[in-house]
Design a protein. Structure first.
Length: 548
């Protein structure tokens, strides 16, 4: 078992978490003020998305200076206080490191534009003529992945926004610069790191057109990525710290290696295959109902594959780039509470380290904006134009954004029923979801049956029971698309986890031995049985324990 099997990580998107000074933007001091809330929930690590100096074209994932704090979030003194206050509460602070690219506002890029060869080699420039793209690769945010610089007569690679220039990891000087960044924050007392799209850092030796796709097959899990991660970990001494890599379009085989304890690369991986089961033909911007059988098969493949390969999963539904899971795979109307709880238990009882994204523990939903003026995300604004260019009406494009936009996860944290959900006394940078008067911290803390209370039980149960952290996993009801079921085993104890993925009753056979097991968790009062079968009600979750 990894050292992080009993731990739970909470992700904060600082801009939307809590505003301490009334300027409409969340800040570092706002996080400090809410640390007791996280401690009460049972959190072990706090991951915050980037708060470094940035033009904020991609909400901080376009870093202009890794050593300074963006003034809109606070000061270095505020960051030092956050580290101290986290340590007092035995919460480890994790920082988000964006090492695939920098902002084009970074000093390194400015010096590259000024003609300094040293810094041009920090990035990926190509000398092709202005009328000839180096390759046909596409940016993840839409359009070409190449931008021409007339003054240099060169193109530079940007796999994301045009203001996010990809770093050249093949240059050892770049790798040394990034190690210095890690050591700087490690020396300040940071306890872990999340690495943004880190499996894209190693580009191919030969840049060529992709006649089958958008280019990702050439740079995903690239030729030297494992070598570079081993070097980074070894030379910074972070092998015993919690580290997680965001893996874009990765493979199970690579994640086994990234997270294998003997490999000394990362503690665990984020993979996203399970969050693409509602992408029609693999297209994020084409809507379809979630394919539940595909979801089940992906969970089984990754859980058992990582187990057999001695790798480690990061367990998650939500983050700053994903729509709210209760809107996406639950039922936010008739069965809001039931589906929010079921979705939580479904992954928290698996093998891995669970991540809770701010507001997920409340059952926060998508924003349901009905006007493009309410959106702030660069990707969403780009794709709104693309969808219109493809012939969609404004209403159709807005329907797609309402389901897919990253802004769905970036609305203000809902602290109370007060104005702006208690997030700010000013004008929020992005509007709160209109249901904040019903769904908020203040209300749920008082309710022992709330979604928050259920998450708190899940987090405590993981600490209490070795079987959740250390047990093996085997999947049940494999041919039933409506039920996600599995068992955990450890030292003679067995847990049975049953989850109804639908808004209908589903009947499953009750195994003989289950009759002696006791329910230790569930989102309905009693188990319903009939003729030797268990009737799972809409979005019901049941956890049975052989030892209770």
């Amino acid at each position: 078992m990894t050292d992080f099997g009993k731990k739970t990580v909470y992700q904060v998107y600082p801009k939307s978490f809590y505003d301490s000074n009334g300027d409409g933007l969340g800040d570092i001091r706002g996080i400090v003020e809410k640390l007791d809330y996280l401690k009460n929930l049972g959190i072990d690590y706090l991951w915050i998305t980037p708060v470094f100096v940035s033009p904020m074209n991609d909400n901080g994932y376009d870093v202009a200076d890794y050593y300074r704090i963006n003034a809109q979030f606070g000061t270095m003194e505020d960051m030092d206080e956050l580290i101290r206050e986290c340590n007092k509460r035995e919460i480890g602070l994790m920082l988000d490191m964006v090492f695939n690219h920098t902002s084009t506002e970074h000093e390194w890029f400015h010096r590259a534009l000024a003609g300094e060869k040293k810094y041009q080699d920090y990035y990926i420039f190509r000398d092709d003529p202005e009328d000839k793209l180096p390759t046909n690769w596409q940016s993840k945010f839409g359009g070409s992945a190449w931008e021409y610089v007339p003054s240099l007569k060169k193109w530079y690679l940007h796999l994301f926004d045009v203001t996010q220039a990809d770093l050249n990891w093949e240059n050892p000087e770049v790798r040394e610069e990034l190690k210095k960044v890690i050591l700087f924050w490690k020396d300040k007392g940071v306890k872990g790191f999340r690495f943004d799209v880190v499996n894209l850092i190693s580009k191919p030796e030969l840049f060529e057109n992709d006649m089958e796709g958008d280019g990702r097959r050439f740079y995903t899990d690239g030729p030297h990525v494992h070598e570079y991660l081993k070097e980074l970990t070894r030379d910074t001494g972070i092998e015993d710290m919690i580290t997680v890599g965001e893996m874009s379009s990765t493979s199970l085989e690579n994640c086994i290696q990234y997270s294998g304890q003997d490999e000394k690369e990362l503690s665990m991986c984020f993979s996203f295959h399970h969050l693409k089961v509602d992408y029609k033909d693999g297209n994020k911007w084409a809507l379809m109902e979630p394919d539940r059988m595909a979801l089940k098969k992906l969970f089984e493949a990754w859980q058992t594959g990582m187990q057999d390969g001695n790798g480690w999963n990061a367990l998650f539904w939500c983050n700053h780039d994903q729509p709210r899971i209760v809107s996406r795979m639950g039922n936010e109307n008739l069965y809001w509470k039931e589906s929010a709880k079921m979705l939580a238990a479904a992954i928290h009882m698996m093998r891995g380290t669970p991540y809770v994204y701010q507001g997920e523990e409340l059952g926060m939903t998508n924003a349901h904006y009905n006007d493009i003026s309410r959106y702030r995300d660069v990707e969403s604004l780009n794709y709104y134009k693309i969808l219109l260019d493809q012939g969609r009406t404004k209403e159709q494009a807005l329907t797609i954004l309402a389901a897919r936009s990253r802004d769905n996860s970036r609305t203000p944290m809902q602290w109370s029923a007060a104005q702006n959900a208690g997030f700010t006394e000013g004008t929020p940078w992005i509007a709160a979801s209109e249901n904040y008067k019903e769904i908020n911290v203040e209300t749920e803390l008082k309710d022992p049956d709330s979604v928050y209370s259920f998450y708190k039980k899940l987090i405590a149960l993981r600490k209490e029971k070795d079987i959740i952290a250390e047990g093996t996993i085997d999947f049940l009801e494999k041919e039933n698309p409506d039920v996600l079921a599995y068992k955990r085993n450890y030292q003679g104890e067995e847990l049975i986890i049953l989850n109804n993925l639908t808004a209908e009753n589903v009947t499953i056979p009750q195994q003989k031995e289950w009759k002696t097991y006791q329910k230790i968790l569930g989102n309905y009062e009693e188990i319903t049985k009939e003729d030797g079968k268990i009737i799972l009600r809409p979005f019901e979750n049941i956890v049975l324990d052989s030892r209770s």
